[in-house]
Design a protein around this ligand. Structure first.
Ligand code: TEU
Length: 532
């Protein structure tokens, strides 16, 4: 393997590379297109690795690129050990691994253990084999309720809307059993109680680790175990984002044994990291996922769910630190991803949204732990909320009966250069339309401007990597005026955020970086300063 795998950082006393890494999340469909079909691909990513090196990120997290019919943007996998031709096939992935490593960047892949595509050979075989077959035992097939089995086996809704069950036509041509899909009908849930499922996942992990990847983001890591008897839900959530911790579809205790099994395998690859997508509110339950023999890291979404209000931000930070400190794990920070409205929009949009997103990225980069940057955040892209209905691709749109537009608004392709769509993203027609107003947000427009979002990200990432003031796992809150926040890192960095609508006087110290220009020693509204 290349030398960066050798320098794994797991030797005696050395912190593992991922503990305070900046990960860059690539949503491949939307990053860069190399073949003109309008959908981003690994060839496009390869051409932009120099850009990511310039940005200064330590690692990539590449959303699913395995073979898929693309019913959910690749989260419906029909062959987990091959790269979809849409993304350039296996050769393109091998090139990414090699060239990213040459540039000292780690490569992590998104794996989808909770479900497969309905076109996966296992699911096709399950349909053909009929009830009570070993083929069906890899999924959750059940008879329906009601006299003729015409009602779903329980009342669970799918996260994307509609019931979480679909009835199949049996080999004899009659309507028969139902299968469980917590997400789209094209994503049948796997039954992890079946040892074949774990064995196959082991093969998948080894396949990629042996090819040189540095770890995985595990999709729906909190959903892989199902409760005994698949009981009805007590409360049906009205919106897919408002899930509570007692939702029987997620966070069942059996999930921890599954993560222990996964960790045992990953431990054979000491440089590799496992990062779980874990949606759970309670700290103790969150901490359970990152115990020493489970996941290395888990996404904590508190900050991404927090308004631009100092008390709430402080609570979110404290909460995330507490959740991991109970089990001596590392915190993770994220402001957005491919499922969440972009932060510029969340913080109010326009100039205020931009200013606050700038302030928040400095706050986030000042925190101890790993940081995840979603592609396009470094350009200050807003959500695109006016996509024409005909353009929407998220399965949520159809499944919700056109009541929820879904997540396409945060997945619009990245603008690279030029003054009109498709801004160098593709030579063809982008899979989602790109707003003409993004001319000022292209990489080209921002690269040379010191006051751009892109330059702020570059400076913040570099300072975070090289300055000793960012050392240490802890932080201490400082007294600060109402509407402000201030904390000091063990290494001495002081981070001050001004969320009031007026300038504040900075405390003593040398200014390392600010998210907005100072006037004298005054930090403007909606901005953050780093002092040493
Ligand atoms: O998301 C799992 C998940 O729980 C989210 O779907 C979330 O509740 C929803 O997106 C509302 O924001 C993961 C992936 O991140 C997502 O893109 C996939 O669609 C989903 O799994 C199914 O694989």
């Amino acid at each position: 393997m290349t030398d960066i795998s050798a320098a794994a950082g797991d030797g005696a006393g050395q912190a593992p590379w991922w503990r305070s890494a900046v990960f860059y999340q690539v949503y491949p469909r939307s990053f860069a297109d190399s073949d003109g079909d309008g959908v981003g691909d690994l060839g496009g990513l390869r051409e932009k690795l120099g850009y990511l090196e310039l940005l200064g990120v330590d690692a990539l997290w590449i959303c699913p690129v395995m073979r898929s019919p693309m019913a959910d943007g690749g989260y419906d996998v029909s062959d987990p050990r091959d790269i979809d031709p849409l993304f350039g096939g296996m050769a393109a992935m091998d090139a990414i691994i090699a060239e990213a490593h040459d540039r000292d960047m780690r490569v992590t892949m998104d794996l989808v253990p909770n479900h497969t595509s309905d076109r996966h050979p296992w699911f096709r075989a399950a349909l053909a084999a009929g009830p009570a077959s070993p083929e069906r035992a890899r999924y959750w097939f059940r008879d329906g309720r009601g006299p003729d089995g015409a009602e779903p086996p329980n009342n669970w809704p799918s996260i994307f809307g509609g019931p979480a069950w679909t009835r199949v036509i049996e080999p004899d041509g009659r309507p028969g059993q139902w299968y469980l899909h917590v997400f789209a009908a094209e994503q049948p849930d796997l039954n992890w109680e079946n040892p074949e499922v774990a064995a196959d996942f082991e093969q998948t992990m080894r396949f990629w680790l042996d090819r040189g990847v540095d770890g995985f983001r595990l999709d729906v890591a909190h959903g892989m175990a199902k409760p005994d008897g698949l009981p009805d839900m007590a409360h049906i959530p009205t919106h897919m984002l408002h899930l509570d911790d007692d939702d029987p579809r997620f966070n069942n205790p059996g999930v921890h044994d599954l993560h222990r099994g996964i960790r045992k395998i990953i431990n054979e690859y000491p440089h590799a990291v496992s990062i779980g997508e874990v949606w759970v509110h309670d700290n103790t339950r969150f901490g359970e996922y990152v115990r020493p023999d489970e996941l290395h890291l888990a996404f904590n979404f508190r900050l991404a769910q927090t308004a631009f209000e100092p008390e709430r931000i402080r609570e979110a930070v404290d909460n995330s630190l507490r959740a991991v400190s109970q089990v001596a794990a590392s915190p993770t920070w994220t402001l957005s991803n491919h499922d969440i409205e972009r932060e510029v929009t969340r913080y109010g949009g326009g100039a205020v949204g931009q200013a606050r997103a700038r302030a928040m990225i400095l706050l986030e980069m000042a925190l101890p732990g790993a940081v995840f940057v979603y592609n396009g955040a470094e350009l200050g892209l807003p959500n695109v909320d006016d996509l024409p209905e005909a353009a929407l691709r998220d399965p949520t749109w159809e499944r919700s009966g056109h009541t929820e537009r879904g997540r396409d608004g945060c997945r619009v392709p990245l603008p690279w250069e030029g003054d009109r769509p498709p801004f160098g993203f593709t030579t063809g027609t982008p899979w989602l339309p790109m707003p003409p107003q993004w001319a000022g947000l292209t990489v080209e427009a921002q690269l040379e401007r010191l006051d751009s979002m892109l330059s702020l990200y570059r400076m913040a990432i570099e300072l975070r990597a090289v300055r000793p003031e960012f050392a240490g796992p802890g932080l201490e809150w400082y007294g600060s005026p109402p509407g402000c926040l201030a904390f000091r890192r063990d290494g001495g960095l002081l981070c001050v955020l001004n969320a009031t609508d007026a300038p504040i006087l900075l405390p003593a110290g040398d200014v390392l970086l600010t998210s907005a220009p100072l006037s004298g020693r005054k930090l403007p509204a909606n901005s953050t300063a780093w002092l040493i």
